[in-house]
Design a protein around this ligand. Structure first.
Ligand SMILES: [Zn+2]
Length: 270
């Protein structure tokens, strides 16, 4: 059995209170953030990191929870937060019914992130208000169909869940539609902001520059995929050519995470 290591820390950045918790297994380490701003908690981290998030939850001041999407590393502690007091919890309307039944997760995800308990949720509207601020809810599908970003114009800030994560993405989950991700990245670039808060990268300064970098990278990858395809190359050949590194997650997830999903999505559009 491999060893799992966990750590957690609490940070204050630009008046935003946040938890940064990391889970590591040999060869892989993933950091997850939860954010607290103006009485709102944005995403709740993974249940497997509950102990690491707990000091943050105890110090955080919030009366509503906003979830960017229905993935266990974002919804994992919603149930325990609802246990002691009623906290309205919001998610995309297509996922409210999912929070109230036990999610069936593949073994590797259950082992890594823990099995989330059920919780009650309400549908996000197009906007919401917190104690002092008004927020815009932006549909940003791609990573998942139900993915939302939360935009605070007055603070020049956007909370992007798993839309960004890394500019040069190499593997995606089978449910991700990278074509939609690219559209969503372009969509958020039409908004005016400086600061991005990503659930895996944390605070990202000069946010638009980084998002543009991901847009440029994905467009370049798309161009290469379509050029290879024109030469008669098959999906697996193109994948091997463009993404030769055998990241451990590919085998560990039985290719649920793989670069082939990036190639397939772009080929299907082209
Ligand atoms: Zn996710």
């Amino acid at each position: 059995m491999f060893t799992i290591e966990k750590s957690g820390e609490i940070l204050h950045v630009n008046g935003i209170f946040m938890a940064k918790c990391t889970i590591s297994v040999p060869g892989t380490s993933i950091t997850v953030y939860s954010f607290n701003i103006d009485g709102v908690l944005i995403d709740t981290g993974a249940r497997s990191l509950h102990e690491q998030f707990q000091p943050f939850f105890e110090q955080a001041d919030f009366d509503q929870i906003m979830l960017t999407h229905f993935h266990e590393d974002h919804t994992g502690n919603a149930a325990s937060l609802q246990q002691y007091r009623e906290i309205p919890t919001f998610i995309h309307r297509m996922s409210t019914h999912l929070t109230e039944r036990s999610a069936r997760l593949p073994m590797y995800r259950q082992a890594f992130w823990g099995q989330p308990e059920v919780f009650t949720s309400q549908p996000l509207g197009q906007s919401f208000v917190s104690r002092n601020d008004t927020w815009e809810v932006i549909e940003t599908p791609g990573h998942t169909k139900d993915h939302m970003s939360f935009y605070n114009r007055d603070r020049g800030a956007i909370f992007t869940g798993d839309l960004f994560v890394t500019p040069k993405v190499k593997v995606v989950h089978i449910d991700e539609n990278i074509v939609s991700t690219l559209d969503s990245l372009k969509k958020v670039l039409t908004y005016d902001f400086e600061h991005m808060y990503c659930c895996h990268a944390g605070y990202v300064k000069d946010a638009k520059k980084w998002i543009q970098l991901k847009v440029d990278y994905l467009e370049e990858i798309e161009g290469k995929i379509l050029a290879f395809s024109k030469q008669g190359k098959e999906i697996n050949e193109i994948t091997a050519e463009l993404f030769p590194t055998p990241y451990p997650i590919i085998a560990a997830s039985n290719t649920e995470w793989s670069p082939v999903h990036i190639v397939r999505n772009f080929l299907n559009r082209g």
